[in-house]
Design a protein around this ligand. Structure first.
Ligand code: SF4
Ligand code: SF4
Length: 485
């Protein structure tokens, strides 16, 4: 195996293994003790210590902004509708003033692929920052639930001491209160999530009424509350390690120039006491390990568990500051940077990903530009495909116009003339209420003697005051004089 490639593994390093040398850092695996999951599948419950520092401060601000956006979106109105409302029951989706219906579902392909590819690109450049900074699992766990634990149960040392001790009154009320607040937070998050499907006002109305008036929504809320509670009170980092596929795939998208959180083994090893002259910069204080929410030792090299939360950087910087040594023994850098090699920015992977991202963005922009604020479809009326009325053939259609705006709109309907054919459009102007549809009949007649084969009929629809015009096409069917289909 080439030694310059990052190794991301969940295999366990033997507990009695020697510390890593500067050159083997990227190849080492976590020790049995330094992971939340042991090799026999049992769990090492993680109790991360508090850490203060520039990344912690930035992350807290970022978490607060993300939670505020998440909470606010169903409440903010754009064009009279919530900024984001996914009305599955009526198959209507409101996104920042635009309305999408079931016929626009293909556009979600671009949303999903755009998000996925954006994540791949981000990983290639900045490693797993999504996990440590923006993933809902981290934002809610670190930004809300872990905070509650710290406020009620105290620092890591106090928590560990209390956990190991007997069940005293102090332990019972603190543990009980923590779980109660977890349940309350889970309920709050569940309602915030459900608001995306029923709207902010909708959820407010529902909570003031009996669950029997909205049983499905109530059951969804209960289910999400339960899953949220179990996940954030107990499952926690195991979700990232066992369930989430992204963490396992990250090594495919990174290379030695992708940024990651890493330990400068060249500078740090051999680790030892601060006063020892023949030792590296790492004083083996273990602070970087105790603050890690994944329970790993970053000095063992790049690991599958690491979410790039950067807590260990703050922790080690704190120690280096105290020792009056330069910061950055653990830092956000590429593997090449950590090993003192030349760093590459414009490498083939980034050029390829950038090109693909650009092509995808152009295609998605064109696709979204095709999205209009109304829909029109030409349908054949039920019954026989055509009728012979004396010397004439008659086809009956109906045009279905859907207004995707929230207010009432008027639409003009007209046809493209066809030699010999006569069109009857009884409703050349239709008023359609907001988010409603209207059907208008269209009749086309042709002398049977002029019919030489099926041909298309084109109907135009345009919203009054709008520039977008839709042309819907149907086939005029018939039979030549003297023949029957
Ligand atoms: S190793 Fe460092 S960056 Fe990675 S999860 Fe642990 S504390 Fe966060
Ligand atoms: S915090 Fe820094 S000095 Fe302490 S063990 Fe970790 S790497 Fe070594």
């Amino acid at each position: 195996m080439p030694t310059h490639l990052p190794v991301v593994t969940s295999q366990r390093r033997p507990p009695d293994a020697a510390p890593p040398s500067s050159t083997e850092t990227t190849l080492l695996q976590p020790t049995e003790q330094s992971s939340s999951l042991r090799s026999d599948g049992a769990r090492n419950y993680v109790h991360p210590a508090d850490v203060r520092g520039r990344f912690d401060k930035a992350r807290n601000i970022f978490f607060a902004v993300l939670v505020a956006i998440f909470a606010a979106l169903p409440w903010i109105n754009v064009d009279g509708r919530p900024a984001v409302l996914l009305n599955i029951e009526d198959r209507r989706f409101f996104l920042f003033g635009a309305t999408f219906n079931a016929q626009d579902i293909w556009l979600f392909f671009f949303v999903l692929t755009g998000f996925t590819f954006g994540l791949v690109y981000l990983t290639a450049v900045l490693g797993r920052v999504w996990c440590g900074w923006a993933c809902p699992q981290t934002v809610f766990l670190e930004g809300m639930f872990r905070r509650v634990e710290r406020w009620i149960e105290g620092s890591r040392e106090i928590r560990l001491r209390r956990n190991a001790g007997p069940w005293t009154v102090d332990k019972v009320w603190r543990k009980g209160l923590t779980q109660l607040v977890y349940v309350a937070l889970s309920m709050l998050l569940a309602h915030m999530m459900v608001a995306y499907f029923v709207g902010g006002k909708g959820i407010l109305t529902m909570v003031t009424r009996s669950p029997s008036e909205h049983p499905e929504t109530f059951l969804w809320s209960v289910g999400i509350t339960l899953v949220t509670y179990v996940n954030f009170s107990w499952f926690r980092e195991q979700f990232c390690l066992i369930v989430c596929p992204y963490g396992r795939l990250q090594s495919i998208f990174t290379d030695p120039d992708s940024y990651t959180v890493g330990y400068d083994a060249k500078r740090g090893e051999p680790r030892g006491k601060a006063k020892a002259k023949d030792k590296g910069a790492c004083v083996d204080c273990g602070r970087c390990v105790t603050v890690c929410p994944m329970g790993i030792d970053i000095r063992n090299g790049m690991q599958l568990d690491c979410t790039s939360c950067m807590g260990c950087i703050d922790a080690c910087d704190e120690i280096m500051d105290k020792l009056k040594r330069p910061r950055g023994l653990i830092r956000f850098d590429s593997l090449n940077g950590l090993q003192g090699n030349k760093k590459g920015i414009l490498r083939p992977r980034i050029v390829l990903y950038s090109t693909l991202l650009l092509v995808g963005a152009v295609v998605a922009t064109l696709a979204f530009r095709k999205h209009t604020d109304f829909e029109a479809n030409l349908l054949r009326l039920r019954g026989a495909p055509y009728v012979i009325e004396g010397p004439n053939l008659r086809n009956a259609f109906e045009i279905h116009v859907v207004n995707k705006r929230s207010g009432k709109e008027t639409f003009d309907i007209w046809f493209e003339p066809i030699q010999g054919a006569s069109f009857v459009v009884p409703l050349s102007k239709v008023d359609v209420e907001g988010l409603q549809g209207v059907r208008a009949p269209v009749f086309v007649t042709l002398a049977q003697s002029d019919f030489s084969g099926d041909f298309p009929v084109r109907i135009h629809v345009r919203r009054q005051g709008g520039s977008t015009e839709k042309i819907v096409v149907g086939m005029f069917l018939g039979a030549k004089a003297g023949s029957m289909r």
